[in-house]
Design a protein around this ligand. Structure first.
Ligand code: C2E
Ligand code: MG
Ligand code: MG
Ligand code: MG
Length: 282
C-alpha cells in the first residue's frame, strides 16, 4: 500500500500537468475557431513524367497567438474529439475551393488544377456533408471535377452504414475520392470493391524505403499495378529525392508530391510559383 502511494506521488504531478495542458489546448482551440486562427498551406501534386503541376493538397495549420504555428497532427485529434473539426473542416473546404477557383481563373493555359481536401470520419458522420460540399463548390465556382476528397483507410474500414451513401452522393456531384496513406491501415482490401474511390495515395513510408529495401520497392510497384488494374490513379506521397522519383516514374506511378518538388506553401508562395513575376519592363 505504501509503495502504491509512493508511485502515485511520482506519477500524479505529471499526469495532472498533461491533463491541464489538454484542457488549456481545448479552450484555445474553441477560441481559435471563433477568432479564425487557421491557415492553409498548399502542396503541389506533380505529374511524374513531366513534372508539371496537376493539383494541390490543402493542409491546415493553426497559427496560435502564443505558441506559433501548430501542425495538424497536434490538434486534429483534439478537434475530432471535441467536434470542433466540423467548423474547422468546413472552413478548410470552403477556403481550399475558393483559392483553387481563383488560381484556375488566373491560369490561361492547360488543364485546371485540382485541389485535394482531407476529411475526418467525424465530418462523414454528418448528414449534411454532401450539401456542404455542394455549397462550397457553388459559392467558389470551382467545378466539381477539380475537387478531390481524401479519406483514410480506417475511415472506410470502420464505416457506418450511412457513410457509403454519403460518399455516393458526393461522387454524384462529380467530386473524386482518394484513399490517403494507402497501405498503412488495414490488410483488408475489401473496401476497394465497396467504395467508389478514384485515387490511391501511396503512403510516405513505402516511398521512404524504396531505394534501400527491395521489399518496399516491390510493395510500391505492386500498389501501383493494383491501381492500374482497378483503373485508379496513383499518387506517391513524400518524395524527397531524385532516386525515389525515378523509381516511381519508372514503375508508372502517375502523380506524386513531396519536398523534392515543394513543401506545403503559403498562398503567397503558391501565387509566385504558379505566376512567376515577369521581369520589370525597361
Ligand atoms: P496527409 O494528408 O497524408 O498529408 C501529407 C503530410 O505529409 C503533410 O503533413 C505534408 O506536409 C507532409 N509531407 C509532404 N511531403 C513530404 C516530404 O517530402 N517529406 C516529409 N517528411 N513530409 C512530407 P502535415 O501538413 O503536417 O499534415 C499531416 C496530416 O494532418 C495530413 O496527412 C492529414 O492527415 C492531416 N491534415 C492536414 N490538414 C487537414 C485538414 O484540413 N483536415 C483533416 N481532417 N486532416 C488534415
Ligand atoms: Mg492527405
Ligand atoms: Mg497523405
Ligand atoms: Mg500521410
Amino acid at each position: 500500500k505504501k509503495q502504491g502511494k509512493d508511485q502515485l506521488a511520482v506519477f500524479e504531478p505529471a499526469m495532472r500537468e498533461s491533463f491541464q495542458k489538454h484542457l488549456e489546448l481545448e479552450a484555445d482551440l474553441r477560441r481559435a475557431v471563433l477568432r479564425h486562427e487557421f491557415e492553409l498551406r498548399f502542396q503541389p501534386i506533380v505529374r511524374l513524367r513531366t513534372e508539371e503541376i496537376s493539383g494541390l493538397e490543402a493542409l491546415v495549420r493553426w497559427q496560435h497567438p502564443e505558441r506559433g504555428m501548430i501542425p495538424p497532427l497536434e490538434f486534429i485529434p483534439l478537434a475530432e474529439e471535441t467536434g470542433l473539426i466540423v467548423p474547422i473542416g468546413e472552413w478548410v473546404l470552403r477556403e481550399a475551393c475558393r483559392q483553387a477557383a481563383r488560381w484556375n481563373a488566373q491560369r490561361q493555359d492547360g488543364t485546371p488544377l485540382t485541389v485535394s481536401v482531407n476529411l475526418s470520419a467525424v465530418q462523414l458522420d454528418r448528414a449534411d456533408l454532401p450539401r456542404l460540399v455542394e455549397s462550397a463548390l457553388a459559392d467558389s465556382g470551382l467545378p466539381a471535377r477539380c475537387l478531390i476528397i481524401e479519406l483514410t483507410e480506417s475511415l472506410l474500414v470502420d464505416h457506418r452504414p450511412e457513410t457509403l451513401r454519403r460518399l455516393q452522393e458526393i461522387k454524384a456531384l462529380g467530386v473524386r475520392l482518394a484513399i490517403d496513406d494507402f497501405g498503412t491501415g488495414y490488410s483488408s482490401l475489401a473496401y476497394l470493391r465497396n467504395f467508389p474511390v478514384d485515387i490511391i495515395k501511396i503512403d510516405k513510408s513505402f516511398v521512404d524505403d524504396i531505394g534501400d529495401l527491395p521489399a518496399a520497392a516491390a510493395l510500391t510497384l505492386g500498389i501501383i499495378q493494383l491501381g492500374q488494374a482497378l483503373q485508379l490513379s496513383t499518387v506517391a506521397e513524400g518524395i524527397e529525392d531524385a532516386g525515389q522519383l525515378s523509381e516511381l516514374a519508372g514503375g508508372n506511378c502517375e502523380l506524386g508530391q513531396g519536398y523534392y518538388f515543394a513543401e506545403p506553401l503559403t498562398t503567397a508562395a503558391m501565387d509566385n510559383l504558379l505566376f512567376p513575376n515577369p521581369p520589370p519592363a525597361g
